[in-house]
Design a protein. Structure first.
Lengths: 315, 318
């Protein structure tokens, strides 16, 4: 009887822990929490101004929402989406990232033209590094020697040495580079060249572009399928998603999306892809095996970052 | 999905994709995509706003005019100013001019260790409630606009530009946006400077901003309308603001005018510049009576404004 009562007592908790999808409405300064099972928006929480990107903490237990306009970080429970704490005075965090060794927390301050390096454990600033125009997205090498950033308005990428906290090289890659992605073998960077129609493949050790993969106009951001081989790229102007083979650097297939495709999340079973469609102001859900659009969910203005806990590995 | 997102949002996405994004892509300006996407919403809202203003205020002006005119010559230029301003064209140009400068200033200040005082950091309740935060910014920015307006009247060089706004002898709801382009840039720089200190208000309350702009248009309307003894002290009315535009009392005296408030007359009460005397006088600038020409068309007004600015900067009389 006691065991039965205990079981009953856990039921509401289990119900409350239904998996939520967290969507950042960058134009509304809010978070949409969507029940992943029913695909209904269950709650809308206010955030700081211009929440663009989010990422999980290295232990995947918490989620960090970067408020580019409010200069803060919101820490959420990555299962329920509830706000746990707010860290103030993180200037203009557009995209953020933890180095693989867990020592660094990096924020690309797009509007302020610099990349800020923080100690990962206490978020104390170590160095603010001025860069040319619009540093937007960041990626790391496996050894955490470098953080790479795309520079949207100077049309190149920069490599910052984390040990010396200095820029060691820059490489032109094309008009308005946006998303940046390290391949699982740690050999190449993929760059979504938003002002053109290709993904640039950069051998970062040799500092050269080895291939341009034509994907569609407005190549923008990346997300892994999770099999260690394929990665999705959104093409913001063409309104498509391309699936790239990270070993052969070829487009495996593409499918159409609602307007303004941006960030993506992929389910751990590799079957569902959730997408924010910036201009359509919707989240779109695709069946990955067929590429078919399963459903769309209206959210707030200019939805950008998206996350759910049972996601595919980031490789 | 809300009716707003269904209608305005869908139109915004369509217009942006069909007309704006292809141009940005062709000119290598995709880095500005989000700004222009927002601007597309302002364009749509501005068009709706102008339509609503026309439908509501034009009949009211015809019904109870503050002044009866024999013709509407000279009103057309104000329509151009309104279209440029309310459709977001001038604000976008000002943004593109000023944002690199002010972002660089903010970046340098941050590098030097300066942390801005953000209003939402005052109390957790403000950070937790975007509407409360917006209300606080709204009040403070309205006060800042009052003081900008005071300075426009205080400094001869600034008055040289602002006098264009006052030079309309046939003041109507179209007159609110009648400003010199340099004055518009200065207004943008004023707000950007304040944003460096207190931050920027939440940007999602489009409809409140549109509503307040409509009140500003109403305050310029050629309309014999008072909001009553209490209402006159709460929101700037057509009667209250018409006193500000009156020849002489609107730009002369101890404070170089009266009734400077944009939306909330409380600032005029607090800073002793309020004039609640209910009278309707001809609008304009005193020197127009001695034949000073402020220009009839848009370009003439802009050129003459620059000439007045040059004279003022060289120390010649107001």
């Amino acid at each position: 009887m006691l065991a039965f009562t205990a079981l009953l007592a856990t039921l509401p908790v289990t119900a409350a822990l239904a998996e939520v999808v967290v969507v950042l409405n960058s134009g509304d300064a809010s978070i949409s929490l969507i029940d992943r099972a029913t695909r209904k928006e269950i709650k809308r929480l206010p955030t700081g101004k211009e929440p663009h990107h989010l990422m999980q903490t290295p232990d995947d237990k918490r989620l960090i929402v970067a408020g580019a306009g409010s200069n803060d970080l919101l820490f959420l429970d990555s299962v329920t989406g509830e706000v746990q704490r707010r860290v103030k005075n993180i200037p203009d965090p557009y995209q953020i990232g933890y180095s693989p060794d867990g020592k660094w927390f990096v924020a690309a301050a797009l509007r302020l033209n610099r990349v800020d390096l923080y100690k990962a454990d206490d978020l104390s600033v170590v160095k603010r590094i001025p860069l040319p125009k619009l540093p937007s997205h960041v990626a790391f090498d496996r050894e955490s020697q470098f953080v790479f950033t795309t520079l949207q308005e100077s049309h190149d990428i920069a490599a910052i040495d984390l040990a010396t906290q200095s820029i060691v090289w820059r490489l032109p890659v094309g008009q308005n580079p946006a998303g940046i992605w390290m391949t699982p073998d740690d050999k190449h960077l993929l760059i979504g060249v938003m002002g053109e129609d290709f993904v640039a493949v950069v051998d970062w050790r040799k500092r050269t572009i080895v291939k341009k993969i034509v994907t569609g106009k407005g190549a923008h951001n990346f997300q892994a399928l999770g099999d260690g081989k394929h990665v999705f790229v959104t093409n913001r102007v063409a309104n498509t998603i391309s699936v790239l083979d990270q070993q052969t650097f070829t487009v495996v297939r593409s499918f159409a999306t609602p307007s303004g495709p941006d960030c993506m999340e992929v389910s751990s079973d590799g079957k569902e892809l959730w997408l924010t469609a910036r201009w359509a102001q919707k989240v779109a859900i695709f069946d990955i095996p067929t590429g078919k659009l399963i459903d769309t969910i209206p959210v707030g203005r200019s939805p950008h970052g998206i996350y759910f806990r049972n996601h595919a590995p980031r490789r | 999905m809300s009716p707003y997102a269904n209608s305005v949002g869908a139109l915004q996405a369509w217009l942006f994709e069909q007309a704006v994004q292809p141009v940005l892509y062709a000119f290598g300006a995709m880095g500005f995509a989000e700004k222009f996407f927002d601007a597309t919403e302002w364009l749509i809202l501005g068009a709706i706003e102008i339509l609503v203003l026309y439908v509501l205020l034009r009949p009211l002006e015809a019904w109870r005019p503050a002044e009866r005119w024999t013709d509407r010559q000279g009103v057309g230029a104000d329509v151009i100013y309104t279209l440029l301003g309310r459709l977001g064209i001038l604000p976008m140009v000002t943004f593109l001019l000023l944002s690199p400068v002010f972002d660089a200033i903010e970046g340098s200040l941050r590098l030097a260790g300066f942390e801005p005082f953000l209003l939402e950091n005052l109390a957790p309740a403000i950070a937790a409630s975007p509407l409360l935060s917006f209300a606080l910014y709204f009040v403070i920015l309205d006060m800042a606009e009052y003081w900008r307006h005071r300075l426009q009247h205080r400094f001869d060089w600034w008055w040289a530009l602002h006098a264009l706004h006052h030079s309309q002898r046939k003041m109507s709801f179209w007159t609110d946006s009648r400003n010199h382009l340099v004055d518009d840039v200065l207004a943008g720089a004023w707000l950007a400077s304040i944003a460096l200190i207190i931050g920027i208000p939440p940007g999602q309350f489009f409809l409140i901003i549109v509503a307040s702009r409509m009140v500003e248009s109403l305050s310029h309307a050629n309309l014999r309308m008072s909001f009553g003894a209490v209402g006159e002290r709460l929101v700037v009315s057509p009667l209250f603001h018409r006193v500000h535009h009156a020849i002489g009392v609107g730009h002369e005296g101890t404070h170089q005018g009266c009734n400077f408030a944009v939306l909330l007359p409380i600032w005029d009460v607090l800073f002793r510049t309020a004039n609640f005397t209910p009278h309707i006088e001809p609008t304009g600038v005193r020197d127009q009576l001695s034949e000073r020409d402020y220009g009839q068309g848009f370009w003439a007004q802009q050129g003459l404004g620059l000439a007045r600015l040059a004279s003022a900067l060289m120390g010649r009389n107001r």
